[in-house]
Ligand binder design. Structure first.
Ligand SMILES: Cc1cc2nc3c(=O)[nH]c(=O)nc-3n(C[C@H](O)[C@H](O)[C@H](O)COP(=O)(O)OP(=O)(O)OC[C@H]3O[C@@H](n4cnc5c(N)ncnc54)[C@H](O)[C@@H]3O)c2cc1C
Length: 413
């Protein structure tokens, strides 16, 4: 016998759990089931923010979110972000904000956010079916029949909150639900990894492996700056990592053109001031070897690599460095180039850019193709920058669908 519910929710991640709770709290009589393919709900949520869960951000400016349908995105952010803090307070989760506006649970434990959601799900008697994977769905007699690898479920409303590809299969991100919707005709926006490390061509990064430096990171395609971010960059054997790299990474696979990362290692000095400073340094340190030219100024290995690229031999005297070589050194410090060859892929990414187009939904995130089908979270064409914006999208879209599902079910006989 199929199991019959008012609402079936595919995916026990951030968006699915939040939508289930919000829907049930406001409509206690509804019978709701969460269908989750992994052994537990919230497996991805538990690893967010390095185990601390950057749950939202104090500044929810539109420019920290990305979608091809910006108008729709703004509508959801404007109308469904305000309740985030009170929702979590109701679950016992108190927020704390760091000096960069990133908001965390006061416990600084992502596991406590998952626990709070789980406890509420139990209290509200929302049924959870773990290790149960949706294989397909179809609409039959104005209801949704969901075939899983265990049972058949029937729901008057269906919410797809199944995420996309980021974090890989161990976190439930196989993109199968996205594939199902795509093959049934839903318009999609190209999916690419975002908030991810970058692979670069240069063998310089291998020489610098393990070094961390503060730099302005500028991602360019041709002469056009795609994104610029300041922060700590980490050199790795495959390329570059660190917060500003993750932040600019979204734009690497969105377009086809060749991309270059330029690191400005002295963003507080303009080129001319830096050039003058280096010329003075040549005089002050005239008795040193070139390999010691940067001692006390730049990281030793980094300084030596720059000296070599500028065509100066490490064993030469500082006095042998020509004015044009000083100019070259200054240019390298202001814009050390790395040709980008790609990202480290979906598995290592925190979020997937692109997804099911928002054009496919009405203002409650109900499908315009299949009445009664809703979607929330990462599966939709919305992604945010690093800093709590992706979870905020999961919460905001969940609040939106919870209201939409209630309105829809209210009208269903
Ligand atoms: C390492 C890492 C760190 C991150 N840190 C942060 C952070 O600090 N702050 C922030 O804002 N964002 C962060 N993110 C991004 C954030 O976690 C996601 O944007 C968010 O979890 C998306 O929520 P979701 O519910 O849409 O999808 P998910 O959390 O991916 O949940 C989808 C669920 O659906 C299940 N599912 C999928 N298909 C099926 C199916 N066919 N049948 C049944 N179940 C299915 C999956 O198993 C999964 O549990 C991080 C991501 C990663 C990978």
């Amino acid at each position: 016998m199929p199991l019959i519910y008012d609402c079936l929710i595919i995916g026990g991640g951030a968006a699915g759990m939040c939508a289930a709770i919000s829907l049930k709290m406001n409509n206690p009589s509804y019978k709701i089931a969460i269908i989750e393919q992994l052994s537990r709900v919230g497996k991805k949520l538990i690893v967010t923010g390095n185990g601390r869960c950057n749950i939202t951000n104090a500044d929810l400016s539109y420019n920290s979110f990305h979608s091809e349908n910006e108008g729709f995105l703004k509508h959801i952010l404007d109308n469904y972000s305000g309740e985030t803090e009170s929702f979590f307070e109701g679950l016992g989760v108190v927020f704390t904000t760091d000096d960069r506006g990133r908001v965390y649970p006061n416990s600084l434990q992502a596991s406590s956010v998952v626990d709070a959601l789980r406890f509420k799900i139990e209290e509200l008697n929302i049924q959870v079916f773990t290790e149960t994977k949706m294989l397909s769905y179809k609409k039959k007699n104005a209801k949704f029949e969901v075939e899983t690898d265990k049972e058949i479920f029937i729901g008057k409303a269906l919410l797809i909150a199944a995420g996309l590809f980021s974090g890989g299969r161990k976190l439930g991100s196989d993109g199968a639900a996205f594939g199902l919707m795509k093959s049934s005709g839903y318009k999609t926006v190209k999916t690419t990894p975002a908030i991810v490390q970058l692979k670069t061509e240069s063998d310089i990064v291998r020489q610098l492996k393990g070094i961390k430096v503060d730099a302005d990171v500028i991602l360019k395609e041709g002469g056009k700056t795609l994104r610029q971010e300041f922060g700590e960059v980490l050199f790795c054997d495959y390329g570059l990592s660190g917060p500003p790299i993750m932040q600019v990474s979204r734009f690497v696979e969105r377009s086809k053109g060749a991309k270059t990362i330029y690191l400005d290692l002295m963003p507080h000095l303009d080129f001319n001031s830096l050039f003058e400073l280096l010329l003075r340094r040549c005089k002050t340190l005239k008795d040193r070897k070139a390999e010691e030219f940067f001692t006390g100024f730049l990281n030793k290995r980094l300084g030596q690599v720059i000296i070599k690229i500028a065509g100066v031999k490490l064993g030469d005297s500082v006095t042998a460095i020509t004015s044009s070589q000083v100019k070259k050194i200054a240019s390298l410090i202001k814009a050390l180039p790395f040709n980008v060859i790609g990202t480290t892929g979906f598995e290592n990414s925190q979020v997937t850019a692109g997804g099911i187009s928002l054009d496919e939904f009405n203002s409650s995130l109900m499908s315009v193709r299949e009445e009664g089908l809703f979607a929330a979270g990462e599966i939709l064409d919305v992604d945010g920058d690093c800093g709590g914006f992706n979870l905020q999208w999961a919460w905001s879209s969940a609040f939106c669908v919870a209201k939409g599902i209630a309105a829809y079910l209210g009208g269903v006989k």
